[in-house]
Design a protein around this ligand. Structure first.
Ligand code: HEC
Ligand code: HEC
Length: 505
């Protein structure tokens, strides 16, 4: 890790134990140590170390390229109409996301207001079809990015964030490397080529209208080339004296953005402390939740780690779990047609992949609500209960609980109920797909609904809450990843975010 400026709580606790002369057992009941024995065996069977960031070459936020990337991440100068930046939907104080179910990119009423209260001019409803995932720990992904993995490492080598082989992107055919992404570039850099090309996220409807993605990138690079302050920043960031046209290319913009994101390593969790030997880092309830999480269905557990596997809590693979759809969907097959979201099928063209989405990491999950690819569940309890019976939960969601209108973001939108007329029907189609996959024996990890008591639901939620690094809930700890809010950035377009109370984030 090395990039953090805080004292490890586990170290303090260990020191306190030593000072007070406590042995591990003297203060705990025999039931508790039985719990520890069971849990430690599961940890060792799964080969967990508690920290997925070890043995990786990740930048520090003080690195010059990451510093340049931070300035780029916060500038509205990369938005076609200069009203949206990367940080619009991925702010460190909002869990590396935006706190919304569905993002509001361009044409917001107040472009610098982030999180709840950010609305569109017009009807106020969001127009980006999927939830913004966190950019925290982005450098820990080795295989795929996006909910449908449309940015994908060809070789899927472990430990290198995609940098060892080619990368497939939406600019290349499925399974084929994007020739504009040089080998050695990371998944993070490859991904950073795309948000600027999306009309809803950053581009707007008129910038380079009718032109292709590369035209948009070149036009943005040219915009920055015309600014002497950006040239100074790029010369520093790339330790070079080259001129603006050589240095300020979109490839370099994407690389710097990627390095900033990859510096956001937040893996120092109570769970990690427990795995590395501090048995007091978790409560008994959290330990029971961990046991349920890590124990397979056959052995009477909840089987969560069948998909949320490894120290990063994801298999980087795709499954149908059929969370409800909030919104109009990204589209059915490849084109944007239809108002459902076929997920991975949109990329592979294989109907077997319909409604499959990438397994998300669960690190920092307390800070990244709402959940699922359309942010349709507001709480971790809602998510855990989903696994106890998707058909019943989804039916209740729409019939008894108001569908998407129960979500915090939608609670103030007038005419909410009429927004997405097909969301219920489409959500039930996903449930039917899950059920037919189960009958065909093709849903191994989620072959049956779970039976969980209320206590067990609470245990699982308590365990999930132990997967968050306290740094991400602490403004002072995050300070290094947020540019000075009294500054306007190289181009005067730095987005200094405020919340709905007008407070700086
Ligand atoms: C309007 C909101 C919005 C803006 C602005 C935006 N993003 Fe995103 N971002 C999203 C959404 C939504 C997704 C998920 C899309 C999907 O999976 O189909 C996403 C996905 C990502 C991911 C993938 C994370 C993962 O776990 O797979 C990264 C990385 C990312 N964005 C970085 C950026 C960068 C860099 C910029 C600026 C160049 C940016 N975003 C601008 C909304 C936004
Ligand atoms: C069959 C594989 C599979 C199993 C088993 C599974 N999950 Fe998931 N999980 C997923 C997928 C896929 C998603 C993403 C769904 C989406 O985007 O709509 C997800 C999403 C989540 C989320 C929301 C994450 C986010 O950032 O939005 C949480 C929390 C979660 N799962 C917890 C659990 C728990 C707890 C269990 C065990 C009770 C479990 N999962 C079992 C595959 C699985």
């Amino acid at each position: 890790m090395g990039s953090r400026f805080k004292v490890k709580t586990s170290a303090i606790m260990m020191a306190a134990l030593v000072l007070s002369g406590c042995s591990n057992n003297s203060s705990s009941s025999s039931e508790e140590s039985e719990t520890d024995t069971t849990l430690q065996a599961l940890i060792s069977d799964a080969n967990l170390t508690g920290d997925p960031s070890t043995n990786r070459d990740l930048p520090d936020i003080t690195d010059l390229k990451a510093q340049l990337g931070m300035k780029l991440f916060y500038t509205k100068g990369l938005g076609g109409d200069e009203d949206s930046a990367c940080v619009t939907c991925h702010h460190p104080m909002l869990g590396g996301g935006d706190d919304l179910s569905l993002p509001v990119g361009v044409n917001a009423v107040d472009e610098d207001l982030l999180g709840l209260g950010r609305v569109h001019d017009g009807d106020g409803a969001p127009n980006v079809p999927r939830n913004a995932p966190t950019v925290f720990n982005l450098g820990l992904w080795d295989q795929v990015l996006f909910h449908d993995s449309r940015v994908e490492s060809i070789g899927k080598e472990s430990g290198v964030n995609g940098a060892s082989s080619g990368i497939r992107t939406p600019d290349s055919a499925f399974g084929t490397a994007d020739t504009n992404v040089q080998t050695g570039q990371t998944l993070a850099a490859a991904q950073a080529r795309f948000p600027v090309t999306s009309n809803e996220e950053m581009r707007g409807n008129t910038f380079e209208a009718g032109n292709d993605n590369d035209a948009v990138r070149s036009a943005l690079a040219a915009r920055l080339q015309g600014d002497a302050d950006w040239l100074t920043e790029f010369q520093t960031g790339f330790s070079s004296t080259a001129d603006a046209t050589t240095l300020i290319t979109y490839d370099n913009i994407a690389e710097a953005l990627g390095e900033y994101e990859r510096s956001m390593v937040f893996t120092d969790t109570p769970w990690g402390d427990y795995v590395s030997g501090d048995s007091s880092a978790l409560t008994e309830e959290q330990k029971q939740g961990a046991i349920l999480f890590l124990t397979s269905r056959e052995d009477g557990g909840a089987g969560c780690s069948g998909c949320h596997s490894s120290d990063f809590f994801t298999d980087e693979s795709h499954h149908v779990v059929a969370f409800p759809l909030a919104g109009n969907g990204k589209g059915n097959i490849n084109d944007e047609a239809g108002n459902d979201d076929f997920g991975r099928e949109r990329e592979t063209g294989d109907a077997a992949d319909r409604y499959k989405f990438r397994t998300p990491t669960l690190l920092n999950i307390s800070a990244t609500a709402p959940y699922g690819h359309t942010g349709s569940y507001q709480t971790l309890e809602d998510v855990v209960r989903h696994y106890t019976g998707p058909r019943n939960r989804v039916t209740e969601y729409f019939d008894d609980n108001g569908g998407w209108c129960q979500l915090t973001q939608f609670s103030t939108i007038a005419g909410c109920a009429a927004l997405y007329p097909d969301a219920r029907t489409n959500s039930l189609l996903a449930i039917s797909k899950l059920e037919s996959d189960r009958l065909a024996g093709e849903s191994e990890e989620f072959a049956e609904d779970l039976t969980l008591s209320d206590d067990q639901v609470n245990q699982l939620v308590a365990f999930l809450e132990a997967l968050t690094d306290p740094c991400v809930e602490d403004r002072a700890c995050l300070d290094a990843w947020i540019p000075d809010t009294s500054d306007a950035g190289p181009d005067g377009l730095q987005l200094n975010a405020r919340d709905s109370d007008g407070e700086l984030l």
